[in-house]
Design a protein. Structure first.
Length: 494
């Protein structure tokens, strides 16, 4: 399994190859090679899936905002109908209207307010977004947009009508103000979706997919297999531009669809296509690099902690553990009870302080229903929050925990990942195993530096706080053994 660092290096190499000094057909072929790397490489697929997951989270939030806006609209509807009925009654009873001209222009709103269904015209509309058009300056309106803009128009006209007939305007002004707030909320939600979409790289990735799909279709023949048929290298570019280019450029592109000889080099001269495809490449590369480097930042912090503990702080930590144990023993003796040593809590807190001092705040043993991870990163952080499960192995004052204890930590960590992935998109977890004891205590190692289990990546790490056992070989914790044990438990449970 290729590690994250090696993958980042490979991604950089792939991007440099495709983006440097390439044009025309050469750029097209390099683009397909880059896309195929992202589409087939296991690590690449993982980060592409995360881009898709990020978009799904954003999309769910968009629908939630629309639902909230509609619920508030339904609440305002009754108040608007009530004010409309009051104005209607006032008109029937009053002998003279102060502002006849404004009244004549605004009285039609009373009929609209009395309509049985205000939103019947948009029953067939939805809040689904046309993802291909989100980058357009004025993207198409959605059902909630139509609804809130309609109610905003009603309240604005209602204020003018109240002013024309000379009744108290404050109730109508208040409704207009509330509706304006809903409109701003809708526009803000749509802007956030648009901004996240265009910056996430997923839109660019889908455009690359479009180009490659066209290339692999009937309209494109790979030069490597070219014999007698004529190659039409610019059709993928023309199709891409027709789908995604700004409206003014799209008209120029349509001209080339009607040309019998698309291979004409004038197309490349007239329409500068390279910036479009290179922009897609840049967006995809930037987003994937960010996703990977956010993990490397976490990984780097943990690795530095391991080095610090083993090379510099081991004596301090050993003394801290010993002092803690003596205090627990003394307290238990006074209470005539058996001492209980919570070494994992003690060492986890030490790790939490280290992360905090290095600019990454975490929650210490947060409780979330049945879930209680030892450390949980800030879920509102831009970088993906880390989830940490800590275990202590070795001689523990008469008790020794070993391989089964480590396996239990892996199971717990996997359950936390399943929980926080569904809620927050977390995909990485850290198992930190502190080894105490002496030179006779077993040593442990993991068969891989990263365990990829489904959509999750577990980073297991041993921190040796005691003298190493040079007599006995280390006990290897294997991913295959863990998965076999996990599968056996599922089968027995079913």
């Amino acid at each position: 399994m290729i590690g994250t660092r090696q993958w980042v290096s490979s991604l950089n190499q792939q991007y440099t190859t495709v983006s440097s000094n390439r044009s025309g057909l050469d750029l097209l072929l390099a683009t397909r090679s880059f896309f195929n790397f992202l589409n087939t490489n296991h690590q690449s697929q993982r980060y592409v899936k995360e881009m898709e997951h990020d978009w799904e989270v954003i999309y769910r939030r968009w629908f939630s905002n629309c639902n909230e806006i509609r619920e508030e609209l339904y609440g305002l509807e009754q108040e608007i109908r009530k004010i409309g009925a009051q104005i209607q009654k006032f008109i029937q009873d009053v002998e003279e209207i102060p502002d006849e001209d404004n009244f004549e222009r605004s009285k039609h709103i009373l009929g609209k307010i009395r309509e049985a269904s205000w939103y019947q015209s948009w029953d067939n509309e939805t809040d689904n977004l046309d993802l291909d058009l989100l980058h357009v300056e004025r993207s198409p309106q959605t059902q909630t947009g139509y609804m809130v803009s309609h109610v905003l128009s009603v309240t604005q006209t209602l204020v003018r009508l109240a002013e024309a007939v000379g009744i108290e305007q404050e109730p109508a002004v208040r409704l207009r103000r509330l509706t304006q707030g809903l409109w701003r909320k809708y526009c803000s939600a749509q802007w956030k979706v648009k901004n996240d979409w265009t910056s996430s790289g997923k839109c660019a990735f889908e455009q690359l997919r479009t180009v490659v799909t066209i290339m692999d279709g009937d309209v494109f023949i790979d030069p490597a297999n070219l014999k007698f048929p004529q190659i039409l290298p610019f059709i993928p570019w023309i199709t891409l531009m027709a789908m995604y280019a700004p409206p003014d450029l799209r008209k120029e592109v349509e001209y080339w669809f009607n040309q019998p000889d698309i291979i004409n080099k004038d197309f490349e001269k007239d329409i500068d296509i390279e910036p479009v495809i290179k922009s897609c490449l840049q967006q995809v590369f930037t987003e994937l690099q960010f996703l990977a480097n956010s993990r490397l930042a976490h990984r780097h912090l943990v690795e530095r902690y391991k080095v610090r503990c083993e090379n510099y702080d081991w004596k301090y930590i050993t003394d801290m553990v010993q002092e803690y144990a003596q205090q627990k023993t003394k307290m238990a003796k006074q209470a005539d009870k058996r001492p209980r040593y919570e070494f994992e809590d003690l060492l986890t807190l030490h790790f939490a302080r280290y992360l905090h001092d290095n600019g990454y705040a975490v929650h210490y043993t947060p409780r979330d229903g049945v879930h209680e991870p030892d450390l949980l990163g800030d879920l509102s952080n831009e970088l993906e929050p880390i989830v940490v499960e800590a275990k202590v192995v070795g001689q523990r004052y008469g008790t020794e925990q070993g391989t089964p204890w480590i396996m239990s930590g892996l199971r717990a960590l996997l359950s936390y990942l399943e929980k926080y992935h569904s809620d927050y998109g977390v995909m990485d977890g850290y198992l930190i195993v502190f080894r105490l004891g002496d030179e006779t205590s077993p040593t442990y190692t993991f068969d891989q530096s990263e365990w990829v289990i489904g959509q999750f990546t577990i980073v297991p790490m041993i921190i040796n706080l005691s003298q190493l056992n040079k007599k006995d070989p280390p006990i290897i914790i294997r991913k295959e053994d863990f998965l076999s044990e996990l599968k056996g438990q599922v089968q027995s449970a079913s």
